[in-house]
Structures are given as C-alpha cells and as structure tokens.
Design a protein around this ligand. Structure first.
Ligand code: NAP
Ligand code: MG
Length: 402
C-alpha cells in the first residue's frame, strides 16, 4: 500500500453517542486510517464521560477547537428526564451543541448532499441551498406575559443614567398576550461576518432576508448591519470572487427560493432559520443527507451531521440486529474537517483525499448501493439495500479505484 498521507495540525475529535458513535468508529477504521496518518486530539463527548467530568469535557473540547481551528463532532445525546434515568446521570446536562455554540459564538450552515436518484420535492432545485441560521436571541431569549383585561402594557427602557424611555404596546380592553425580544449589535455583526466569510469560502452568492418593512427598528437593524459590513469590508472581495450579496424581504425570498435552481447561501434570523432549515432539508429528501458546520466569526470551524444519534437503530444494533443507518452526513463531517485542515495547513494531498472520499461515497449511492432510508425514496432502477458497514466497504472499493 502507498504511504499514508501526513497531517500537520491535529483535528479536534469529539466522539458522541449511540448509533452515530458506532458509525464514527467504522468510518475511521474503514475509510480514513488506512489512508491518512490521522492526527486528532480526542475528546469523548459520549454522555457517560460528560457525566463523569461534570460536562467539563465539552468545555475543554470547545477551547481546543478555538486553539486548533478545526473540529469534527459526532452526534450526541441531549439529556432529558428519560436519559437521566437510563444513564443514571448526576444532572440533566445541557445540550453540547448549545455549550459549543456559546463558546465559539458561531453561525450554523446546513448543506444538503445531492445525489442522482433522490429527487428534491421542488423539481427546479439542481444545486444545494445552504441555510445559515443566526443562533442567538429573538424569540429564543424572549420573555412573555399573559395580560388581563384593563391592563396597559408598555415597553420601558431604563438607561444607565436612570432616565426612562417608554412606548405603549397596547391598552388591553380584553385579555391578551405580550412578548419581549432582544438581540445585540455584536451578535448580529458576528452573524454577518460568518456569513460573508463562508460565502467567500464556498464561492456562493449570499442572500439575506428579514421583515424590515414591518419591523422598522428591529429587523431593520439586521439589514443595516449586514449592509454596512458588506460595503466597508466585503464588497471588493465578493466582486473579486465573482459572487453577489443580496438583501430582500423574507416573503420575497421564500418565493424566489422555491423558483430558484439553488446554489446559494440563505442567511436567516434565528426563527426563520429554524423553520426554513427543516423545510429545505425535507424538500431535498433526507436529514441523513444534510451536513452542518458551525463557523465562528474568527474563522473556527466545527463539522458535524445535522441528524441526531439515531436511537431507534442503536437499540436494534444492541439486540444484535443488522442496521442500515445512513453514514453520509457523518462521513461528510470528517471529509469537511480534513479538507479544511488541508487547506489551512497547505496540505493539498489531504484535501484531495477528502474530495476523493466524498466522490466515492456519492458514486456508491448513484450506482444503486445505499442504506434503507435512501432505498425507500430513490428512483434508481437497480437498488441494492445494504447495512451500515457494507455501505462503507462499498465506498472503500470505489475509493481505491479512483
Ligand atoms: P435522530 O437521531 O435524528 O433520528 C430520528 C429518526 O430519523 C430516526 O429514528 C430515523 O428514522 C431517521 N434518521 C435520522 N438519521 C438517520 C440516519 N443517519 N440514517 C437513517 N435514518 C436516520 O433523532 P432521535 O432518534 O429522535 O434522537 C436521538 C438523540 O439524538 C436524542 O437524544 C437527541 O438529543 C440527539 N440529537 C442530537 C443532535 C446533535 O448532536 N447534533 C441533533 C438532534 C438530536 P427511522 O427510525 O424511521 O429509520
Ligand atoms: Mg427546529
């Protein structure tokens, strides 16, 4: 066998839970370690070890990501009451993704993996639509109240000098509800920076949409911050790269997205991104064919799959039954991270290997060899439904032939 590809800087490797933890190990053993002299700094974010370390391991892994710049993360359990019992946890630990996001302060970009035979429900979509979701504030940090009849609701801001600014929200003649939301200029700026930077990275147009005609101060602030940053810092770079930035109203954006051929990034406010990413993922075919990367404003990257730990398949696996879990999104988390590491360290052979591995995996599916989730929706004539491990071995055959 040829000599293994060398790495310079380690990847931050965050291991995870259940079925994806099984897939994680198989991907490394079958498709990466035979070809790459894999260097990682390993953090076990499996729920058991998070509990043993009082979740310190999640914080340490995030700090390591800041230090090295590129991480790859396996899906992890976010504990609820059932999990506390199942794993006999000391506490109901917070979502690891939430912790990592809070430390890296990033924006999440989700991209569908397109293959022949899996037809998007919107027939015009030929190229991926990447959703960039702002992950701070708005309704996710909102405060709400039920208001009785006869009450007057006001927005009151107490300034640092003690003076007050007041605006009437509503004079309630009958009972109703109110909600207070906030965001921060700094967070919006970081969101904008991550979006512009990512658009340059992947050389795709960037669309941004809000409802600034109705929300003349709140949403308008988002629009202004994006426009100011674009004009001051990114305009020339975009022109050089031959890509465009374009702002439009959210309802106009929805209509244009559906009529488009894809091939752009759609930046969305927190709530819009939550809703639109599920719509886009579903319309492209499958959550198991969706990659996800967290990009921080200072250029740190954390790659993962968009789906969870596939608990139902894991229990089948534990009972010794064969499982046909789709490993594409997790595999693309690895190739995304290796490609980025290669790019940052000037290791062309590493980036080229990652691209080849992606190609081999897409070729495998397009030749009809696929896991059950895709077999159920593929329009190809000769489909061979395989289990998780067989799929990876079939990818390896094609990788060796490339
Ligand atoms: P899930 O892992 O996303 O799976 C839900 C269902 O979607 C599966 O039962 C399966 O459907 C299908 N599916 C998802 N990924 C698939 C794949 N790769 N291949 C084939 N089918 C796939 O969600 P869950 O089982 O409800 O959640 C399990 C755990 O994941 C939870 O503890 C949750 O906290 C965690 N989670 C983690 C992350 C993350 O780390 N980023 C994200 C979401 C959820 P069928 O059963 O019909 O085959
Ligand atoms: Mg959601």
């Amino acid at each position: 066998m040829a000599e293994k590809i060398q790495m310079r800087t380690p990847l931050v490797e965050m291991d995870g839970d259940e079925m994806t933890r099984v897939i994680w190990k198989e991907i490394k053993e079958i498709l990466i370690e035979p070809y790459v002299d894999l260097k990682t700094e390993y953090y076990d974010l499996g729920l058991k070890h998070r509990d043993e370390t009082n979740d310190q391991v999640t914080v340490d892994a995030s700090e390591a990501t800041k230090k090295y710049g590129v991480a790859v993360k396996c899906a992890t359990i976010t504990p609820n009451a059932d999990r506390v019992k199942e794993y006999n946890l000391k506490e109901m630990w917070k979502s690891p993704n939430g912790t990592i996001r809070a430390i890296l302060d990033g924006t999440v970009f989700r991209t569908p993996i397109l293959v022949k035979g899996i037809t998007p429900l919107v027939p015009g979509w030929k190229k991926p639509i990447i959703i960039a979701r702002h992950a701070y504030g708005d309704v996710y940090r909102g405060v709400e109240m039920q208001v009785p009849a006869g009450a007057k609701a006001e927005l009151v801001v107490t300034n640092a000098d003690g003076s007050e600014t007041r605006t009437l929200i509503h004079d309630f003649k009958s009972p109703g509800i109110i909600q207070g939301q906030h965001n921060l200029d700094k967070s919006i700026e970081n969101f904008a920076k991550s979006c512009f930077q990512y658009a340059l990275d992947v050389k795709r147009d960037l669309w941004f949409s809000t409802k600034d005609t109705i929300s003349k101060k709140y949403d308008h602030r988002f629009k202004d911050i994006f426009n100011e940053l674009y004009d001051s810092t990114y305009k020339e770079k975009f022109e050089e790269a031959g890509i465009k930035y374009f702002y439009t109203l959210i309802d106009d954006a929805v209509a244009r997205v559906v009529r488009s051929n894809g091939g752009f990034i759609w930046a969305c406010k927190n709530y819009d991104g939550d809703v639109m990413s599920d719509m886009v993922a579903t319309a492209f075919g499958s959550l198991a064919m969706m990659t996800s990367v967290l990009v921080s404003p200072d250029g740190v990257y954390e790659y993962e799959a968009a789906h969870g730990t596939v608990q139902r398949h894991y229990y089948k696996y534990l009972r010794g039954e064969s499982t046909s879990t789709n490993s594409m999104a997790t595999l693309f988390a690895w190739t995304g991270a290796l490609k980025k590491r290669g790019e940052l360290d000037g290791l062309q052979d590493l980036s080229a290997f990652a691209e080849k591995l992606e190609k081999a995996s897409i070729q495998t599916i397009e030749e009809g060899v696929m896991t059950g989730d895709l077999a159920a929706i593929s329009t190809l004539p000769n489909i061979q439904k395989v289990d998780t491990e067989t799929f990876l071995r079939e990818v390896d055959k094609r990788l060796q032939a490339l």
